[in-house]
Ligand binder design. Structure first.
Ligand code: RB5
Length: 172
């Protein structure tokens, strides 16, 4: 259900020429953030999502100076919760802390994935709107495959929609 509306958002906005010349919706935006433990991986993911036809909204940070993952998880989550971006990808050392922070923002369903099966399932069954990765857990090659699995899987709805609605009810 929510994926249906996501598809509508993705296909419904103004289109613009993008990168490879493909027509792209102005709303096909994905926010990226990380802490200091995953700057290079985040930047590689940003490039990769652009090659897949998404607009990467990379909100940093850009230096490797030690920083606090909760504020970066929250900042990315707010871009998704506000509708500025339809999806988000966040990265810290394990992916766990930044995921916990993102999930505190109402409307966010974020899972940590270290394999492509889980990345597909958090879309198909949980309608996740954010993906979290551990920059000290997965290498760049696997991380990019996980990202691709996440971005190319649709929410199945049906009984899974009932369960996602139950999660929303817990949020109040
Ligand atoms: C930073 O050292 C590290 O704690 C952080 O990147 C993350 O793994 C926390 O969950």
């Amino acid at each position: 259900m929510v994926w249906t509306s996501l598809t509508a958002v993705v296909s419904g906005g103004e289109t613009s020429k993008h990168g490879n010349g493909a027509k792209m919706s102005a709303n096909r935006r994905i926010v990226l953030s990380s802490d200091h433990a995953a700057i290079e991986l985040r930047q590689a993911i940003a490039k990769h999502v652009e090659t897949l036809g998404w607009e990467a909204v990379d909100i940093g940070p850009t230096t490797s100076e030690s920083t606090h993952y909760p504020k970066h998880g929250e900042a990315a989550a707010r871009h998704v919760a506000s509708g500025d971006c339809v999806l988000g990808i966040i990265v810290c050392g394990t992916g766990q802390g930044i995921m916990m922070a993102a999930n505190k923002v109402k409307g966010i369903r974020c899972g940590v994935c270290s394999d492509t099966f889980s990345a597909k399932m958090i879309r198909a069954h949980n309608d996740a709107n954010m993906l979290s990765l551990g920059g000290r857990v997965v290498g760049e090659g696997l991380a990019l495959e996980i990202v691709e699995a996440f971005l190319t899987t649709d929410f199945e709805g049906g009984r899974h929609g009932t369960r996602v609605d139950m999660i929303k009810e817990i949020e109040g």
